[in-house]
Design a protein around this ligand. Structure first.
Ligand SMILES: Cc1cc2nc3c(=O)[nH]c(=O)nc-3n(C[C@H](O)[C@H](O)[C@H](O)COP(=O)(O)OP(=O)(O)OC[C@H]3O[C@@H](n4cnc5c(N)ncnc54)[C@H](O)[C@@H]3O)c2cc1C
Length: 143
């Protein structure tokens, strides 16, 4: 069982919620950047502030989740999908997850067991004095 400090969505994650995500697109954008598209039914009515990010659980270290954050590049409500563009800098848990992601992936298909993603509140927008477009959500990729 994961020792997950975000098991309860409180503190900076208060106002977020979990969503089921599935990889619907994974392709090279440039030799050093990969584009992922992830879908969840709830994204059909989602909105986001510029700079808002999605926090992915990309692996585990022992029983501790390893998370990485990726900025939402685009949201297509018609297909309930977000686009993430991720730099391939060499190696790291995030990069390994991104390289491994394939269309149709849900967490159970990865050896990592549980991983999930968080659509986090728009911290940067808030810091700039703007109201977040919508409370963000934590997305659980498990079926
Ligand atoms: C709010 C927020 C939004 C973010 N949005 C994005 C995004 O949209 N796209 C994106 O690609 N990343 C984004 N990041 C960075 C991302 O969360 C990870 O830190 C990054 O992908 C590296 O994770 P990793 O596990 O692969 O490497 P790690 O193991 O965390 O890093 C290993 C080492 O690789 C080097 N490194 C890491 N990233 C880079 C890089 N980009 N260029 C050169 N060297 C690097 C550093 O030396 C680092 O110490 C964002 C981070 C934050 C906090």
């Amino acid at each position: 069982m994961l020792d997950d400090p975000f098991a309860v969505l409180a503190g900076p994650l208060a106002g977020t919620s979990r969503l089921p995500l599935e990889v619907v697109g994974a392709e090279p954008l440039t030799p050093h950047m990969r584009r992922l598209q992830l879908t969840a039914p709830q994204l059909a009515s989602f909105s986001y502030a510029p700079g808002q990010d999605l926090m992915l659980l990309v692996g585990v270290d022992g029983n501790r989740p390893v998370r990485r954050r990726y900025t939402i590049r685009a949201l297509d409500r018609a297909s309930s999908a977000v686009t993430l563009d991720i730099v391939l800098h060499g190696d790291g848990p995030g990069e390994r997850w991104v390289r491994a992601a394939r269309q149709g992936d849900k967490t159970a298909q990865h050896n990592l067991g549980v991983y999930y993603a968080t659509l986090e509140a728009a911290e940067r927008a808030s810091a700039a004095g703007e109201a977040p477009a919508q409370a963000a959500g934590e997305a659980e990729v498990n079926p």
